[in-house]
Design a protein around this ligand. Structure first.
Ligand SMILES: Cc1cc2nc3c(=O)[nH]c(=O)nc-3n(C[C@H](O)[C@H](O)[C@H](O)COP(=O)(O)OP(=O)(O)OC[C@H]3O[C@@H](n4cnc5c(N)ncnc54)[C@H](O)[C@@H]3O)c2cc1C
Ligand code: SF4
Length: 319
């Protein structure tokens, strides 16, 4: 690990200003992703601004909805009684991720911003446009079993690896931030992660120094909440494919998919066809997919996972 300067910020605005002021600075929350990347010298921030003292660790009701502080841990969020009752898909997605110990440290904002698990991104001997812009992409032409089938580009085919954000996408969450000049903004989660195009190192719309302060959820939408994750081991593994869904009694509903794209993948036209079954929905959801020989199986896997989700929802089993 390279040497770095460390400071604990006292207010959200001060944290944002400190990161904006120091080139190469980063926020650190639970550290479960960032520290691993620093140990491997994939990221080498010269300045770390610890946000743990910012008192952003509360879950509060807001009118009809819920406001989740950026520092709320994954464990606290998944076990919150309101989340479990009204936003079950979120609770189920979180407990499908990582391990109990990691979830105790991992925070809401840090989880949203975790970086890809592309194996070539983690190997500093390999070319990677995300790690080193302009260096090429070893995954294209390499082994691509874990990588993306849609939303990818000729510069990067990595997937967004998280579970929580897939559920937040289906719930239409909004991300609240404060910028280095003290101004705030609300970003719908649909607009938060960006596709790689020619600049895969840019993963979100956040500006340098922009701090996430909270995530808000709109009023509960009812329905049966299901999260199904397909992975190589029963636990402690990232999704090959995951499906977050909220299904109504008449078969209509919402669905987002993880493990296939550089962001949680939700398509309105596909969702409108939910009552026509998994095959039709998958065809529409993944229209324009560019799979590779190693990962073409993900398309069938999405269809089967979605079929299982729809069956679960019919019998009221929330998987
Ligand atoms: C072995 C292992 C298995 C895992 N398995 C899964 C899994 O199956 N599913 C899953 O979803 N996740 C999994 N994870 C990832 C884990 O959930 C993330 O590491 C964790 O959620 C990151 O949160 P953190 O608070 O530790 O973030 P940190 O590591 O502290 O930060 C991550 C990034 O977020 C930025 N950041 C943090 N807080 C803020 C803020 N408030 N505003 C702006 N930027 C901020 C940091 O600068 C950094 O870039 C796994 C991790 C490990 C190590
Ligand atoms: S797929 Fe993306 S993250 Fe993986 S090596 Fe290529 S550029 Fe890097």
């Amino acid at each position: 690990m390279k040497p770095f300067t460390y400071e604990r910020a006292k207010t959200p605005a001060a944290a944002a200003a400190a990161v904006a002021r120091n080139p190469g600075a980063k926020f650190i929350a639970g550290g479960t992703n960032l520290l691993d990347l620093m140990k491997l010298q994939i990221e080498a921030p010269q300045y770390l601004v610890d946000v743990q003292d910012l008192k952003l660790d509360r879950i509060e009701r807001t009118g009809d909805g819920l406001r989740i502080g950026a520092l709320v841990t994954n464990t606290a969020l998944a076990s919150d009684p309101i989340v479990r009752r009204d936003y079950g898909v979120l609770s189920r997605a979180i407990v499908a991720g990582a391990s109990g110990q990691l979830r105790n440290k991992a925070t809401t904002a840090g989880n949203l911003l975790q970086r890809t698990r592309c194996p070539y991104f983690y190997d500093t001997n390999q070319a990677c446009n995300k790690r080193k812009p302009g260096s090429g992409c070893a995954a294209i032409g390499g082994y691509s079993r874990q990588l993306g089938v849609i939303g990818t580009s000729d510069a990067c085919i990595a997937t967004y690896p998280g579970d929580m954000a897939v559920a937040m996408r289906v719930l239409d969450a909004t991300i609240e931030t404060v910028r280095s000049d003290g101004t705030t903004r609300d970003i719908p989660i649909a607009d938060f992660h960006v596709l790689p195009a020619a600049t895969p190192h840019i993963e979100t719309v956040l500006a340098p120094g922009e701090l996430i302060t909270a995530v808000t959820l709109p009023r509960p939408i009812g329905g049966t909440h299901v999260y199904r994750k397909v992975r190589d081991r029963a636990s402690y593994a990232f999704a090959l494919v995951s499906v977050a869904a909220v299904i109504n009694k008449d078969g209509s509903g919402r669905v987002a998919v993880g493990g296939v794209a550089p962001m949680p993948w939700r398509v309105a036209a596909a969702e409108a066809q939910l009552q026509r079954g998994a095959k039709t929905v998958t065809g529409s959801l993944l229209a324009g997919a560019r799979p590779r020989p190693d990962n073409a199986f993900k398309i069938t896997l999405v269809e089967r996972a979605l079929g299982a989700v729809l069956a679960d929802a019919k019998i009221g089993d929330a998987a």
